[in-house]
Design a protein around this ligand. Sequence first.
Ligand SMILES: *Cc1c(COP(=O)(O)O)cnc(C)c1O
Length: 397
Amino acid sequence: MSQWQELEHKYFMNTVERLPLTLVRGEGAWVWDEEGQAYLDFVGGWAVDSLGHCHPAVSEAVTRQVHTLIQASNQFYTVPQVQLAELLVQNSCLDRVFFCNSGAEANEAAVKLARRYGELHLKRAYEVITTTGSFHGRTLAMVAATGQPRFQQPYVPLPTGFINVEYNSIAAIKAATTPQTCAVMLEPIQGEGGVNIASGDFLKAVRAWCDETGVLLILDEIQTGMGRTGTLFAYEQYGIEPDIMTLAKGLASGVPIGAILAREKASVFTPGEHGSTFGGNPLACAAGYATLKFIIDNDIPANAGATGQYLMGRLEGLKGKFPFVSEVRGCGLLVALEFNSDIAGVVVMACLERGLLVNRLKPNALRFMPPLIIGRDEVDKAMGILEGALADITSQA
Ligand SMILES: *Cc1c(COP(=O)(O)O)cnc(C)c1O
């Protein structure tokens, strides 16, 4: 164990079982450890490094901003936050933006906005319907929203006002809707929950149900947004539009940021009802603007779509070679590989030893969420390493 790893064990709270690797540098789809060993990064800062590590467009924007203005109170106007808000509105179906610092915070704001809307327009309705297997963040209210008991159980009692129902079931959402319901909150693809993809029929039916009942549709695109699924936002592929959308992870290619976007009719906050000290900070918004501008100008979503297709094709090819590979699913560069036994942890370690970083999604599944700028050569390299790792595991079994 290295010096840094020993010190971490001494000083840091024990919230995560880390992999035995200390990363010190990144460039594009590659990272380096303290010994100078290179790794191809298919974790991508946890679906965060949209443009890869230290992309010149982002690093230059941050460098410029860091010498200009880092932070100002939100009682003043600042330029980067307006530029980023304008670009988000011009490239989405939504009309107004609020910035915060993380995904959980964006979802909190979305729920507050929906409750405020309910108070004004839905006879004080306040309940939010969410789905099982979802992930909406780690704050107490978002733990209540997240339909996974393992995140909830240690922290009971949880804030009330959330109802978790089955994913991909319009019947379950209809049955849970009452006069108290102000919103339905969903991920178009459940990332942390297993790369579970909403069916087109389901999302269309949810949209129609929200229109019929007047409740708001909140899409959590924190993991699916910014081009990862092949379109700038995943909702575009479903032919529906949310009333509220949340973003974070890939929005600033690694600089912490969150955002909530809403249609005009749902933008009901009035001064003093919500706020954030750091939210919309010039540094984060300069990184966000540079990221989004590059994504749009270079049609990065198209690359994510095509490269994702190629990656899934290569993974499908593993099925014939390794009988324990059972399923490939995903959209764009958000992809899961499932095994018919609990070998994901072993595979992650075997890949790491060979120079590839992948995520253990579940005991029996891996997730791939590389930078959106990767090409086929990087996929080929990663697949070569993965195949070597799987072959090794086969021979040991
Ligand atoms: C990661 C994630 C969150 C939480 O974001 P944080 O920045 O960790 O608070 C919420 N929703 C989805 C879909 C996510 O993937």
